[in-house]
Design a protein around this ligand. Sequence first.
Ligand code: CLF
Ligand code: SF4
Length: 515
Amino acid sequence: MQQQVTSATRPASLNEVLQQVAEHKGCGTSGGSGKASCGSGAGQNDLAPAIWEKVKNHPCYSEEAHHHYARMHVAVAPACNIQCNYCNRKYDCANESRPGVVSEKLTPEQAAKKVLAVASTIPQMTVLGIAGPGDPLANPEKTFKTFELISKTAPDIKLCLSTNGLALPDHIDTIARFNVDHVTITINMVDADIGRHIYPWVYWKHKRYVGKEAAQLLTDRQLLGLEMLAARGILCKVNSVMIPGINDKHLVQVNRAVKSRGAFLHNIMPLISAPEHGTVFGLNGQRGPTAQELKALQDSCEGDMNMMRHCRQCRADAVGLLGEDRSAEFTTDKVMAMEVHYDSEARKAYQAKVEEERAAKVAAKQQELDTLAGANSDIKLLIAVATKGSGLVNEHFGHAKEFQVYELSTAGAKFIGHRRVDLYCQGGFGEEDRLASIIRAINDCHAVFVAKIGGCPKADLLKAGIDPVDQYAGQFIEKSAITWFKNYLDKVGSGAIVHQLRGDADIRQGAYIAA
Ligand code: CLF
Ligand code: SF4
């Protein structure tokens, strides 16, 4: 029989963690506070110091950090102990970005060398995650051997793990022993009647379970594992895949269930489903959510819990800032040929510079925000931003592979997601079909901020009602957005323009096509 952990039997530290989470949650309800501080957007002043220390340079646990710090995954865990209807790990395309996809599988020793090579080349790489391509805890020897090697050679790198949770309760002690301070569990349901439509089978203790029994076993193990992690003070994030018609309404209940068990952050991601992926959902035509459906669900959960909105649904061998992929620079052949000098002092010095830039960004935003104080308007609107990172408007429209989306209101500029797009610029000329798909991807936005843009796309964007804004090239995103928004409100106030609502936008489902 499984061990049951209840609030009465919870160790004191779980209650402490729940208390800390509850206390910093005060920032969570949207609007009003004047700070874009909800959920993973929480900053230094919103979190208990011990928690801030853990999240401040983790690009997934802190929205602010994801503009500055990178993560990498090593694909040491090929096997899985369950089947999800949205997963097919046979698919392997270097241009594809979605979970479960990798170009090469590594041994722990190869992985350890790769981590040192990346850390030496990308000093802002602060987190090593193991996220597949199968389930890390269905491959415990390889996973923990990798952590052991890295904790010895590069102790400044945070260790992170992402699991389906089935085997999690069996590995809590080992996770704690290796100082793995961040664990993600993918929880798509807490009701087996819903779960049986997502999981055809699970394999546990040498036995295959199917149907409702499989889903019940999985949810029991996931929630138990979550409580056990929280009891150890290990920060736990829950990922949920939003599957319209199957678990979309139910995810509000999942949100409450994981919050009450001590989860730090909830990340609701759109289902990626296309026939060419060969997944059950892809082949049976199961659709993913639209941008508005996803945002409405995230907004409805935000009152109850910290929400992550900057997830890029990474490959299991991703390298770089979230949203960029540098894995091609670190293939096994290249890494094995590299002479690596791991210099933790140089990394520290670089990261100190990053912190200076980050502090300047926060100060600039706050200064601009202060000038909005007292503004009285119910207007909320979205803008899209082309950026290469560092929180700056520093990417050309035609070179953008994604746009970051911010919601502007009198409370400030709040990051609410990103839209991946195919490159418009094809080496000297623009591709008309791609422009149409980019416009559909940001169709819910009033403006797009870019470092530079050509005449043709500018005209088409204007025709679609999206204002192409290039006067903030090289400047901080949030400060620029607030300045632009004040100007927008002035124009509405003076009658120069009429504020209009925008329509919905597409979340791109197909494979990522690199130019
Ligand atoms: Fe990797 Fe996951 Fe750790 Fe991040 S990713 S194991 S917590 S270091 Fe991050 Fe990628 Fe989203 Fe995962 S953006 S898929 S949430
Ligand atoms: Fe695929 Fe992960 Fe589900 Fe396993 S747990 S089937 S690797 S998505």
